[in-house]
Design a protein around this ligand. Structure first.
Ligand code: HEC
Length: 107
């Protein structure tokens, strides 16, 4: 009987360790975050906020912006007011991704 209990405990330990190795929901949803959102979170959200409307340091409300893609891109290249230029910091591809993400914040 005691031997039997040991086997049960042992096999549930093995089962548990298998469960820990399978990718959980958190890691798989992380993979789905688009690159533009990661760049935005890193470089833009401290002034503009996660949804674009935070307005710290007088930052424009991006959810209410009506700039064209080209104009948004130019603001990122040249900077404006307290916002620095991102031209040397982000690659062309990253700029394109973050511009697209920024435009997706509009309501
Ligand atoms: C230091 C704070 C700060 C950071 C970081 C910042 N911004 Fe800004 N942003 C501002 C400010 C301030 C303005 C308003 C400038 C003005 O009109 O004088 C602005 C304006 C803008 C505008 C113009 C919106 C409009 O409709 O006029 C866009 C687009 C924009 N930011 C996008 C971004 C993106 C994308 C990032 C990240 C790559 C970013 N910003 C990072 C402060 C910031």
């Amino acid at each position: 009987m005691r031997y039997c209990q040991l086997i049960i405990i042992f096999s549930s330990c093995i089962l548990l360790s298998f469960c820990q190795n399978t990718p959980n929901a958190e890691t798989s949803s992380y993979a789905k975050i688009e690159p533009g959102q990661l760049i935005y979170t890193k470089y833009c959200s401290n002034c503009h906020g996660g949804d674009g409307s935070l307005g710290l340091s007088n930052a424009s409300d991006l959810s209410a912006s009506n700039l064209s893609t080209k104009e948004t891109y130019e603001i990122l290249m040249n900077g404006k007011g307290l916002m620095q230029s991102f031209s040397g910091m982000l690659s062309d591809k990253e700029l394109e991704q973050v511009v697209n993400y920024t435009r997706s914040l509009r309501n």
